[in-house]
Write a protein of this length. Structure first.
Length: 99
């Protein structure tokens, strides 16, 4: 909260149903496109590796560029980028092993 400049009042005035609903839809889109990149001949390790690389080298790198221009802290970058690297790795692992 401190890194983003949020307080309790600001967070209470949000529509959490909308936030989680849209986040869920976007996650489905991400997983659909990731499985297209993995292709039909995939396994759990290939999926996890591809997910890790997509999270680190595409998502985190792109976020890093944005954070540099927005002058946000490295701490906030590590939290947000780290979350996506872990998410993409787990998503790739599941999609790679699921047939």
């Amino acid at each position: 909260m401190a890194e983003n400049g949020f307080d309790d009042k600001t967070l209470k005035n949000n529509n959490m149903t909308k936030i989680f609903g849209v986040a869920f839809i976007l996650s489905l889109i991400i997983s659909f496109v990731l499985v297209l990149f993995l292709g039909p001949e995939r396994d759990a390790m290939t999926g996890a590796s591809a997910g890790f690389m997509a999270g680190l080298f595409w998502v985190a790198a792109a976020m890093g560029i944005t954070y540099l221009f927005e002058r946000k802290t490295i701490r906030l970058f590590m939290i947000n980028a780290g979350y996506h690297v872990i998410t993409f790795t787990i998503m790739g692992l599941i999609l790679g092993g699921w047939r």
